[in-house]
Design a protein around this ligand. Structure first.
Ligand code: GLN
Length: 486
């Protein structure tokens, strides 16, 4: 039999329910595996071993009395941008290095109600700004498939940990691709829900009109199970939407007969690695074999503006959101100053890393009186055009399929000196946040022995259809079963 730490949520649930294993055994197995491989992967900022073991014991007593749900007693890792009561939440930043939130994010409350086991907090790019996890103020995370490569970002800790079996599942956050891109680089499933589907209450804000929390899991079934728990209307998040939430496991069905899938040609971008393209084409043929009608001629003409729009809107929102870190309210504070204004300046000078500062400057510039119309307002208008492209495409198609990233995982250090190159690694994922749509990345093959992700994009609040496509593909292939040689 395989080791307990290798189990998926649904496999572990079955064994827990039959009382073949206990949550304490499962949790210990994962913790021991973390101890064995973490020095290579470095996915965790904080490991909450004591809390995990205590929660596992409690979960076992509930299970003994027959009180069990699909997530009960299953160990999870949480990206360090999601507030956890009593557990340090750093956002990968020196600014919040010692910040201990006095409350739980709504998603954490929901998972705790199912008796999740908290393994700890995952490494990430500072304030979720980045595509490689190299912008963490603490240390970079390594891709378990090749330790000299990045795991992607900004949820690189979450994705690397799930891939390396250092967690049964994880939560990430996605503003422009930060769940899907690292999931693609690490051969796991990463899901960005429709904007408004999952509460952002307790998610430290980066770009509020783009941010969403979502699961990173070993397979599509697990993804549906986590979504069943975290998707819900929340009065505490005014952008959360009061639509009914379906049972996402109901749509995990085989075959794709009658489904219309468009392949937007703008996404087979120039500069795309040819092996990634070939791998994706083979994956799309598989969808066709499964009964889907594929249209290779789909088009989203405004795609070429998405990167520019994102890098005006996201930094603009970030510059406003990050104004709160002034050394007075909470977080890092540099008091070696003669006046309040100087203290705030020094706090921000020493507390933020270079990428965060770059974004604040970009955003402040785009929002300033003389440039607002030329940049911010213009970007908002183009945002509407990008959204309209998708609306029109979805009149013809049930789902759209693209690569998750134009390349496989790149080398640590390869792009860190060149922000523009780094930004380009999200060209395929950011338009989806701009339009507020749901999208998933699933394992779709290998190029140069490194994982390739396939992105499936759906209509707003129609998460079911993409889970259906993802599940049917997964069941017909073995990619998701491959494990890194760690
Ligand atoms: N890589 C993109 C950025 O740096 C997206 C990040 C994210 O989704 N949080 O902004």
């Amino acid at each position: 039999m395989s080791e307990l730490y290798q189990l998926s949520i649904h496999q572990a649930h079955k064994l827990l329910k039959q009382k073949d294993i206990s949550s304490v055994e499962l949790t210990k197995s994962v913790l021991e595996h973390i101890a064995a491989v973490e020095s290579n992967v470095q996915a965790y900022i904080t490991i909450t071993e004591g809390i995990a073991l205590r929660e596992a014991k409690e979960a076992d007593s509930y299970i003994a009395s027959g009180d069990i749900t699909p997530l009960t007693g299953i160990p999870a890792l949480i990206k360090d941008v999601i507030c956890t009561q009593g557990i340090r939440t750093t956002c990968g930043s020196k600014m919040l290095e010692n910040f201990v939130p006095p409350y739980d994010a709504t998603v954490i409350k929901k998972l705790k109600a199912q008796r999740m086991i908290m393994l700890g907090k995952a490494n990430m790019d500072e304030f979720a700004m980045g595509s490689s996890t190299e912008n963490s103020a603490f240390f970079p995370t390594h891709n378990p498939w090749s330790l000299s490569r990045v795991p992607g970002g900004s949820s690189g800790g979450s994705a690397a940990a799930v891939a390396a079996d250092e967690a049964i599942y994880a939560l990430g956050s996605d503003t422009g691709g930060s769940i899907r891109q690292p999931a693609g680089f690490c051969n796991v499933v990463g899901f960005k829900p429709t904007y408004g589907r999952v509460s952002r209450f307790g998610l430290v804000a980066f770009a509020s009109s783009l941010d969403q929390i979502g699961p990173i899991t070993k397979d599509v079934t697990d993804c549906a199970l986590v979504m069943n728990t975290i998707a819900a209307h929340d009065r505490r998040d005014s952008t959360s939407v009061p639509y009914p939430v379906p049972d996402y496991t109901q749509q995990l069905i085989h075959g794709l007969k009658g489904l219309r899938i468009g392949i937007p040609r703008e996404y087979l971008v120039e500069g795309m690695q040819s092996e990634v393209r070939t791998t994706l084409e083979i994956a799309i043929k598989k969808l066709e074999e499964l009964g889907a009608e594929i249209d290779w001629g789909a088009s989203l003409p405004s795609t070429e503006y998405a990167l520019a729009v994102y890098y005006i809107l996201a930094p603009s929102e970030a510059s406003a959101n990050l104004a709160r870190y002034d050394g007075v309210k909470y977080g890092f504070s540099e008091q070696n100053a003669s006046a309040a204004i100087e203290a705030a300046e020094k706090t921000r000078q020493f507390g933020f890393g270079p990428e965060v500062k770059r974004r604040i400057m970009l955003g402040t510039y785009a929002l300033s009186a003389g440039y607002y119309d030329a940049y911010y307002l213009k970007a908002q208008k183009v945002r509407t055009l990008i959204k309209r492209d998708f609306d029109q495409a979805f009149e013809k198609y049930d789902a759209l399929v693209t690569p998750t990233s134009p390349t496989v995982a790149f080398k640590l250090g390869e792009k860190i000196e060149d922000p523009m190159q780094m930004y380009l690694s999200d060209v395929c994922t950011l338009p989806i946040n701009i339009a507020g749509l749901p999208a998933i990345s699933i394992p779709a093959g290998f190029a140069d022995n490194l994982p390739v992700g396939m992105q499936i994009i759906g209509k707003p609040f129609n998460e079911e259809t993409i889970l259906h496509v993802a599940f049917a593909y997964e069941q017909a292939t073995d990619w998701h079963k491959r494990r890194p040689p760690i």
